[in-house]
Design a binder for this molecule. Structure first.
Ligand code: CP
Length: 315
């Protein structure tokens, strides 16, 4: 295992939320509040990470995560290098470990890695003397998305403990759901997973990991108590054939439509990590309704990532 902590017992990497305590997550929220204040200033730049080099190494496509890490690092005055596997020596057969050694030799202090292979950030952390942040690895984890989702919930709900969080859709292929499950359970949320059985995985598996978790196959019923309704993208690129009878059937039973949303409490937040398939897992009117905090999730992502860069590299 790579050293998760420095000699001073500071966290060195953010690979998933499974090894975070509730206190550590709350400390990130406090730092994020400070970063929100910086982002509201007329001059949105502080010298905190001057001389520090962040490499965004993306082996999979991204809009939100890559750009928000870039904005976050630049706001803290770090040097930012964007590395795309599609235009690098990866195309000539260079291995991930060789690429990491090359990035270190070029002066990288922190690598933000998105990779289609689950576990890739853990491998990188073993071969890199700086810090690693997992920006999404296969179906496994997306801890910074989990943290920005938790932060957004906390800002609206005051606290997460005891709140009903309903996660809907393609749980099986969702790294966002996995990281949220760790974070939500550490903070004491009541979690319900809802979707077709073929996209939920085995209920006994989830219930063993997260004892407060429940599984539902009926979205009309499940929304009734929800404080948060988190929709997930149907990840057709990761899906085997035959998991869904048809998209029409999926929409009929699991799309969040205005009619379904009207069954939920009026304070219920609608969330989606993006990118959305509008008209599939979420109706366009719901995505733009007053209960939707989807754009706020994206905005909060910059502040949360600033907080993490600061905590790993800036003190
Ligand atoms: N939510 C998320 O990870 O979006 P991107 O794929 O655009 O980064």
């Amino acid at each position: 295992m790579s050293q998760q902590r420095t000699a001073e017992n500071r966290r060195r990497h953010v690979l998933d939320l499974d090894d975070f305590t509730a206190e550590e997550i709350k400390e990130i929220f406090v730092q994020t509040d400070a970063m929100v204040e910086i982002l509201q200033r007329s001059i949105k730049q502080v010298p905190t990470l001057r001389g520090f080099t962040v490499v965004n190494a993306f082996y999979e496509d991204s809009t939100r995560t890559r750009i928000s890490f870039e904005v976050a690092a630049k706001t803290l005055s770090a040097s930012v290098v964007n590395f795309s596997a599609k235009s690098s020596s990866v195309q000539k057969g260079e291995s991930l470990v060789d690429t990491v050694r090359t990035l270190e030799a070029l002066g990288a202090d922190l690598i933000v890695l998105r990779h289609n292979m689950a576990g890739a950030p853990y491998l990188v952390a073993q071969h890199f003397s700086g810090s690693v942040i997992n920006a999404g690895d296969g179906k496994h984890a997306h801890p910074t998305q989990g943290l920005l989702d938790l932060y957004t919930m906390q800002r609206h709900l005051g606290q997460i403990r005891g709140k009903h969080v309903l996660i809907v859709g393609d749980i099986l292929h969702s790294r966002v759901a996995r990281s949220n499950l760790w974070g939500l359970s550490k903070l004491g949320a009541k979690i319900t997973l809802c979707g077709p059985p073929t996209l939920l995985g085995r209920p006994s598996y989830w219930e063993a990991l997260f004892p407060k978790l429940r599984v539902s196959y009926d979205l009309d019923l499940a929304v009734e108590k929800a404080d948060v309704i988190m929709l997930l993208r149907l990840q057709r690129e990761r899906m085997e054939q035959g998991l869904l009878p048809s998209l029409r059937e999926y929409i009929r039973r699991f799309s969040l439509t205005p009619e379904r949303l009207s069954r939920a409490p009026s304070h219920a937040l609608v969330m989606h990590p993006g990118p959305m398939n509008e008209g599939l897992e979420i109706a366009p009117e719901v995505a733009r309704s007053s209960q939707s905090v989807i754009e706020e999730q994206v905005t909060n992502g910059v502040a949360v990532r600033m907080a993490l860069l600061y905590m790993l590299g800036g003190r």
